[in-house]
Design a binder for this molecule. Sequence first.
Ligand SMILES: CC(C)(COP(=O)(O)OP(=O)(O)OC[C@H]1O[C@@H](n2cnc3c(N)ncnc32)[C@H](O)[C@@H]1OP(=O)(O)O)[C@@H](O)C(=O)NCCC(=O)NCCS
Length: 234
Amino acid sequence: MVALYIILSVLAVYLIFFFIFAIMNVSHIMGRDPAARNPVEIFLLYSGIHAVANHRIAHFFYKIKLYFIARMISQISRFFTGIEIHPGATIGKGLFIDHGMGIVIGETAIVGDNCTLYQNVTLGGTGKDKGKRHPTLGNNVMVGSGAKVLGPFTVGDNSKIAANAVVLSEVPENSTCVGVPARVVRINNKKVGADLDQIHIPDPVSQELCKMYIKIEELTKKIEKLEEEKNETV
Ligand SMILES: CC(C)(COP(=O)(O)OP(=O)(O)OC[C@H]1O[C@@H](n2cnc3c(N)ncnc32)[C@H](O)[C@@H]1OP(=O)(O)O)[C@@H](O)C(=O)NCCC(=O)NCCS
């Protein structure tokens, strides 16, 4: 009976903190998700909200070195939300995880304030680094669905990582990064390398054909000259 009371008390305390952390995040999401209808719906149905609230509690246990409890909360949360945030990760205010499924955030990752992560994002390591091996996202960073950000570098404030990009190196502030491996294509909304015309470039095949045509003409003239000389001698 005593054990039951203890378990219920622990659960009640957990739920109180869970509610507090979840409610703190709801207002941040209201303005950022056009599909969000009302705060109650976000609070009850958004798995991103639940994952972040669970993470705040897990992170507390991680900080006081109760690693097993921290990891257990993280894994239970992963089971219910499909979002795996390592309890060691540092998450800023107002993180919006949209859809959520398949997200992995590594132990030494740092996420700034008001960031947005879509489904299947990985903030991971390359396997080559020790210690700090996961990325640091600045404030207001958006990471598109399926994008992988791998390594201990920084993604600058207000930057956007395109869906399915694989980012392997530092990203400056206010930039847009696309592709595999990702490259910066916009900084401050201006095209990077806009003066390099990648469309109107010479066609290498037609250039080679031109060279061959000129060579054939030269050879034809030489043959004609040789035939003339031969005819004269005969
Ligand atoms: C990258 C993104 C944020 C747009 O950022 P932006 O700064 O407005 O950039 P633009 O739309 O002007 O695109 C810049 C260039 O990158 C290209 N691009 C955009 N998204 C891309 C992607 N996911 N993969 C490859 N290239 C992409 C554009 O075609 C454009 O190419 P160009 O320079 O040859 O014209 C957006 O395309 C994106 O990927 N958002 C992810 C959203 C998401 O995951 N939603 C899921 C909801 S469920």
